[in-house]
Design a protein. Structure first.
Length: 347
């Protein structure tokens, strides 16, 4: 048989999709494995966004870890690692974006509430109790402490004038007020931001050292499976998706052609439960059996680090799901070879 397996580190292959996209989480790609290794080596276990001119960005993480990825590619990796449970996604912050250009950097301008001018003064103010005129202290001082309105001299605080705090005064129209009309403008296109601003949400992604180590150790088992299939010269595809009789699409980590490379359908599917206990293994067997029947798959090999008991093995055998227990990556090659040989005898 000629091997048509995916070239190189092919765990990122999309596989063959028949009638729709699968909902199960596919295997990690070589880039994703590399990213997790770099996170572990650098001791980075939380990825926080930073605000850029176009919203939230994780670009600094790519530079820190030396990864040559686009923002779109990295966003896809974060989304996938969250879906697989390796990362936990949490809301980090929210900002607004300009509805015209999408910019997220703004400035605030103060306008006169009466005429709209930005020619304003701000400072301590006095009220002339005699005529009720309110103005900045400097306006009274420039007029030799005579009221600019009635021209009467200020005599004694609390008698004919009082302090009223700080106010804004429009230089153009003279309007005074303790409050101001603050308007927000996009620094990129100049658009005034009112109630039409778009709200952008930023998310952080958290994980742990133990979780990354566990994933990377399990990943070695997956790599060993593909290496073994290549050495056996068996056609195989990664993340192979099949549409079942129910209309649902099912993704299998590995599809293997044992009998004929030209056959339309694979002879064997390989599924994984890399970590877990016996209860999780029992649940995985049932779910795999449902997928197997719906997709019309002839045989399934379930590779797991959870040790099965006799009952679990018997249930798997009755459902034509061969359970292969491995603890270390170097055990994978022999287990796969034995399982394939056994399958070839039954075909």
């Amino acid at each position: 048989m000629s091997c048509s397996g995916l070239k190189g580190m092919s765990l990122g292959g999309s596989g063959k999709v028949k009638g729709g996209s699968g909902k199960e989480s596919p295997l990690l790609s070589s880039i994703e494995w590399s990213f997790l290794r770099k996170m572990l080596n650098e001791g980075v276990f939380e990825i926080k966004p930073r605000i850029s001119e176009q919203g939230f960005s994780y670009r600094y993480i790519l530079k820190d870890l030396g990864l040559d990825l686009s923002d779109e590619e990295f966003a896809s990796i974060l989304r996938k690692l969250n879906e697989t449970g390796i990362f936990e996604k949490r809301h980090y912050d929210s900002i607004i974006a300009c509805p015209e250009c999408g910019g997220t950097i703004f400035n605030i301008r103060y306008h006169c509430a009466a005429c709209g001018s930005t020619n304003l003064s701000y400072g301590e103010a006095l009220e002339h109790l005699t005529c009720g005129h309110i103005d900045l202290v400097e306006s009274f001082a420039k007029n030799d402490y005579k009221c600019p309105k009635c021209q009467k001299r200020l005599r004694a605080i609390g008698v004919d004038y009082r302090k009223v705090g700080r106010i804004y005064r429009c230089v153009d129209c003279g309007f005074v007020s303790p409050s101001i009309d603050a308007r927000t403008y996009c620094t990129k296109c100049g658009h005034r931001i009112e109630e039409d601003a778009e709200i952008l949400h930023g998310y952080s992604y958290l994980t742990s050292e133990d979780k990354i180590r566990s994933v990377l150790e399990s990943g070695e088992l997956v790599l060993q499976v593909e290496e073994t299939l290549r050495k056996l010269d068996l056609r195989h595809e990664v993340n192979y998706t099949v549409k079942g009789d129910s209309g649902m699409s099912h993704t299998w980590p590995f599809a293997v052609w044992v009998k004929s490379t030209s056959s339309m359908s694979p002879d064997l599917m390989i599924e994984f439960l890399l970590r877990g206990d016996r209860d999780e293994l029992s649940s995985k067997i049932i779910k795999t059996a449902v997928k197997k029947v719906d997709a019309g798959v002839p045989a399934v090999l379930l590779l797991t680090q959870a040790k099965p008991d006799k009952t679990i093995k018997q249930v798997g055998g009755n459902l034509n799901i061969k359970i292969v227990h491995v603890e270390k990556p170097d055990e994978v090659s022999k287990r796969i070879r034995d399982a394939v040989k056994e399958l070839m005898k039954s075909l």
